[in-house]
Design a protein around this ligand. Sequence first.
Ligand code: THU
Length: 139
Amino acid sequence: MAVIMEKIDLLNKAKEIRAKAYTPYSKFPVGAALLTTSGKVYSGCNIENAAYPVSLCAERVAIFKAISEGETDFSEMAVVADTGRPVPPCGSCRQVMSEFFDKKMLIHIGNLHDDQKTMTMEELLPFSFEPSDLPAEEV
Ligand code: THU
């Protein structure tokens, strides 16, 4: 049976895993929590590296964990950081989200002051580059 998870629970999960972030360089921890349609939560935090560009954002850690475990159906995602406004996911994460999330999927973004905003995938990344934009494969 699918577990009913409230938006607030998912935001709290994101906030919880934020404490695990490895951010010695930016000192800007971010937490993300991804809910599957079957009710499982995959969480992620940002993980930085002395070779800065190798660092990975919290959202992509959560998504890649889920995909690598064979999950493909997602229902909601939450992202939290210590920002003045609900944290806007970076462009690279939006592109990765759009590969796996339906256009109508909800993404909840928040901060530590409990400001929240919910956006659809389509609102977060309109006019995205999609698999269907690639040339059709010749058989
Ligand atoms: N970061 C995320 O984890 N997610 C975002 O959507 C914004 C940025 C991370 C990357 C880097 O470790 C730190 O925040 C500062 O940019």
